[in-house]
Design a binder for this molecule. Structure first.
Ligand SMILES: NC(=O)c1ccc[n+]([C@@H]2O[C@H](COP(=O)([O-])OP(=O)(O)OC[C@H]3O[C@@H](n4cnc5c(N)ncnc54)[C@H](OP(=O)(O)O)[C@@H]3O)[C@@H](O)[C@H]2O)c1
Length: 294
């Protein structure tokens, strides 16, 4: 039997990887922002009617963490209002919803990995809007799934890995914050986890997913430099200096610690996520393959 899924936010990092990893028996109706704006209830209704989807995956979001501080309305429409409307439309049609949220719903004050039931306390507009979105989704009824994740990167779009590769190619030296700790997540592994969660008909609720292990942005930058040179993506080395976030002020405050406890999803799927360094290596190969095929 064919299963139909409507994918919102198909043009983003996760959206692209969801398309790449789609199991063959799922028919995926991919809609980027131009085809479906989740802040528009009429567009949501039409897309659900047209596609007859049994599932919706919401990979759409306003993800510009610093820009959210000045574009509060944009962040709220994309991250809170839109997901609430999507959830309502799914609920009234008996469609299941998988929605993506973020480790930035936490304040980073907890000294151990955050579990799905730990108390959120976002520090910035982005985190607030995402928290409001997951609450709206879960309050609607039906049996929605929410996956929180963090530090997402892929060969698509803009992200920390691609920014570092560009800066390392252009500059002799750069500084990277070392007092923010979390776990990088290759969007491909997250996409696979999304499909697995759908396939196993997971119970409604919040799940946490990131790659395995822990690092600072500084550690992550060092690994990007090392692996990119090893794989021939970078032919020079820049000096990378660790700095405090006090020395790199940004409009949005970020949690100092946002490691996620993934035991709930691990038990359900019967497998752990792969270590972030292995995933980074795999993503850099993916990037290299894309460059050589262009
Ligand atoms: N990136 C991270 O580090 C990170 C960390 C933790 C959690 N997450 C969460 O993971 C999910 C996927 O993120 P990602 O990294 O794939 O983000 P992304 O690359 O920025 O993709 C998000 C996509 O959503 C689209 N979009 C924005 N507003 C929309 C709307 N109102 N209607 C329809 N589409 C809209 C964007 O289109 P435009 O580009 O045209 O605006 C973009 O194509 C999001 O829920 C995000 O909050 C991401």
């Amino acid at each position: 039997m064919s299963h139909r899924v409507l994918l919102c936010g198909a043009g983003g990092q996760l959206g692209q990887e969801l398309l790449f990893t789609r199991p063959g028996h799922w028919e995926c109706f991919a809609r980027d922002r131009t085809a479906l704006d989740i802040a528009d209830p009429d567009q949501i209704a039409s897309a659900l009617e047209e596609t007859g989807a049994q599932w919706v995956i919401n990979a759409a979001a306003f993800t510009a963490v610093d820009a959210a501080e000045t574009d509060r309305d944009g962040a709220w429409q994309g991250n809170a209002v839109g997901p609430g409307q999507l959830a309502e439309a799914c609920y009234t049609r008996g469609v299941r919803l998988l929605h993506i949220s973020t480790d930035f719903v936490f304040d980073g004050e907890q000294g151990r990995p955050y579990g799905p039931d730990d108390v959120p306390n976002p520090l910035g507009v982005y985190g607030h809007s995402k928290l409001e979105g997951e609450r709206a989704v879960l309050a609607t009824g039906g049996d929605p799934l929410v996956i929180r994740t963090g530090w997402v990167y892929s060969r698509h779009g803009g992200n920390f890995v691609k920014t570092m590769l560009r800066l390392m190619a252009e500059r002799d030296a750069l500084s990277v914050v070392e007092d923010q700790v979390g776990t990088p997540t290759w969007a491909r592994g997250l996409a696979e986890a999304c499909w697995d969660l759908i396939e196993c008909k997971a119970a409604s609720g919040i799940y946490h997913w990131s790659d395995a292990g822990v690092c600072s942005w500084y550690d992550f930058a060092l690994a990007i430099a090392e692996l990119a040179q090893e794989q021939g993506l970078l032919d020079r080395s820049a000096e990378i200096t660790p700095i405090s976030s006090r020395d790199y002020p940004t409009p949005a405050q970020r949690p100092a610690y946002s490691v996620l406890d993934k035991s709930r999803i691990r038990q359900l799927l019967g497998r752990p996520s792969r270590h972030w360094r292995m995933q980074l290596k795999a993503m850099l190969s993916d990037l290299q393959n894309k460059e050589t095929s262009n």
